[in-house]
Design a protein around this ligand. Structure first.
Ligand code: ASP
Length: 322
């Protein structure tokens, strides 16, 4: 009798805890307006966001870690050609695909990141290997490619990442002789932040960067503290937008720092930091989750591909007024 009472209490507390998991994703922010998105594209993107949420939710609902959930969720988005990460990444000026990714574990603030990788099918998986199987945090280019092979990760030819739409965008940018920031870049970087049933947070981000990037340019996404950050004492953040401004603001760390030192809500911290990015001239957005269970979006663009999941269900959105 006594035993069954204790067992009952234990089961109830596990159920209560398990109900607390959260997942938030983005698939890029930018000039995403109803008039610019064909209905079929819109449908495809909503379905893709939902698939990614479903994959991460399965892990979290089963009691899995936030870290596993963000990695899996981002992999689903990397495999989808609609987003600027993995397959479907934007082209460099030279017509190649060079990929950036990062992952961070809020429990220990362990982090892994890669930039300019060219052959790893899922760059977020490589970032996780850097975190767990190397003494380093950040690897670049040929060295990162080499480490990926040594780790036995799935390798693909660089042409695997290419899509006709991204080629068209590069051609258009070159024809109009404009810079990466002047064109409608159709930002499509992907990211996920999660809170697991054990109360831990994690973040992951993956991107091809900016259309027509040159000179081995690195954006904010793989820079720990700029595009990606996770800290159980504060929150987990993944960003998307004009990376140069996010680096200068230190966006992801800045939001976490505000949470630790000001006691304000996640929404207030994210909105303040995004307003500061805007004041510098930068556009984009962030997703945030806190150990308390707050889940927030904040963006200063017309739209952001985004979604949320919890034990209560899943929802996706694209336009600013949703
Ligand atoms: N933040 C990414 C970068 O600057 C681009 C994006 O989010 O679309 O590389």
């Amino acid at each position: 009798m006594r035993f069954s009472l204790i067992l009952g209490a234990l089961l109830m507390s596990t159920a209560a805890q398990a109900a607390d998991w959260k997942l938030v994703i983005h698939g890029g922010a930018g000039v995403i307006e109803r008039s610019r998105l064909k209905p079929v594209q819109e449908k495809e993107i909503r379905a893709a966001l939902d698939r990614a949420l479903a994959a991460g939710s399965e892990i979290l609902a089963g009691g899995g870690s936030a870290l596993d959930a963000v990695e899996k969720t981002v992999k689903v988005l990397e495999d989808d050609p609609n987003f600027n990460a993995g397959k479907g990444a934007v082209f460099t000026y030279e017509g190649k695909n060079e990929l950036d990714a990062a992952i961070m574990d809020g429990r220990t603030r362990a982090a892994g990141a890669v930039t300019g990788v060219t052959m790893t099918k899922n760059p977020v998986g490589l970032a996780r290997r850097v975190m767990e199987n190397s003494p380093h945090v950040f690897l670049s280019r040929e060295g990162a490619d080499q480490f990926s092979k040594e780790q036995g990760l799935e390798q693909v030819p660089n042409s695997y990442f290419a899509t006709p739409e991204r080629r068209r965008q590069l051609d258009e940018m070159k024809a109009r002789k404009v810079g990466s920031f002047d064109v409608d870049l159709k930002y499509g970087t992907v990211g996920a932040v999660a809170l697991d049933a054990q109360g831990h947070v994690a973040a992951a981000t993956s991107t091809g960067g900016l259309t027509g990037k040159r000179w081995a340019r690195i954006g904010d996404s793989p820079i720990i503290g700029a595009g990606t950050y996770a800290d159980d004492r504060a929150c987990a953040v993944s960003a998307t937008g004009a990376g140069e401004y996010f680096i200068r603001e230190g966006v992801a760390h800045e939001i976490c720092a505000r949470l630790r030192f000001t006691g304000e809500s996640a929404k207030a911290a994210a909105d303040t930091v995004m307003a500061e990015v805007k004041a510098l001239g930068g556009t984009g957005g962030v997703i945030v989750v806190t150990p308390k269970g707050e889940t927030e979006y904040s963006f200063n663009t017309p739209g952001m591909y985004r979604g949320k999941a919890s034990a209560e269900g899943r929802s996706v959105a694209i336009f600013g007024d949703e």
